[in-house]
Design a protein around this ligand. Sequence first.
Ligand SMILES: [Ca+2]
Length: 393
Amino acid sequence: MGLRYAFVGAIHELPVPARWLSLSKPRGKRQEARGESPVVVGAIHELPVPPRWLSLSKRVPVGPVWWYDLRMATHALVFALMALAVGQTPEAGIAARYPGDRGIARDARVLLHEDFESGSMADVTRRWTAVSNEGGRALELVSGGPGSASAGRCLRATATLGSNTGGHLYKRLPREVDTLYARFYVRFAADAPYIHHFVHIGGYRPATDWPQGGAGERPAGDERITVGIEPHGVGGAYPAPGVWTFYAYWHEMKISADGKYWGNAMRPARPALVPKDRWQCVEVMLKLNSSPDAADGELALWLDGKQAYHIRKGTPIGPWTGLGFDTRPDGKPFDGFRWRTSSDLKLNFFWLLHYVTESAAQQNNVANPARVNRVWFDDIVVATEYIGPRRTP
Ligand SMILES: [Ca+2]
């Protein structure tokens, strides 16, 4: 009996995580007798995140064409309906359940929510555990935000070379976790120059109410993990402010040429440019290894709700040096992240950082950088599960 290949259907760009969508392939006795191996659509749980390109195919025996076509049409209809349902389901991310993020702070999975809508700048800083706002000039509440013109208020962070290096808000999270998602909206100025460091998440042991040092030093496996999501110019290869890059410190990082340990940068060989003069929804995920010996840690990035980067065991990567590594289709499988050697080290901070120095310009071969460097932040949510973009109220 010959086999005929059939393409059943494809669902593109599923919102993540599509929890209730599932597929199974039971082999019924009657189907077996007919030599068929039917695909049955049922409820599926915990699809690997994110199933952006889910497609189904199966081999069926050649039989009466009308029967075959009817079955395929039925499958196609079921999948069309499921795609529609998934597209509308509030399960796409935590934010999908809370239009305009209203009430999202009460979700048990949410560790931090800040939309800059209530109180003065002093009130805002009291909601965080540490602030850097030299002379009150680095951080200001201004009108605006992502979405409509009536968006309310957001935070404007200004770094002025020769005067200050920018500012930050740091939050020690109310509890320590093993997997952290952090979503924020950011807009860079139309003339945004290169910057030095940007938003970070991670964990210190013990946790502190303020950001710790450690630049140039490799941490012990039970001491510290920090991951920045930062625009990098890569030596001026990309226009300012650069391309989205992970910048990480952990015990397995590689040593730099100068004998120190500087953050290892990780990005795809074809990275995503940081847009200027428009709001972008950025979400980073850091998943710690499940046990000290397991290399099953992960790192992921979503831009405007679409997964852009995902690095884990098996991801093909290029050479790994003290500068970090690129992910690339022709690379070798990554051994995986063993972020920590002790389960006592957990994730416990979110650091909204805008840090600009002269050296950022020098490293990107810019002779006369702009003195004023501005970014706008809004709608920050930190949680233990995927959050997703703010849903239009
Ligand atoms: Ca706001």
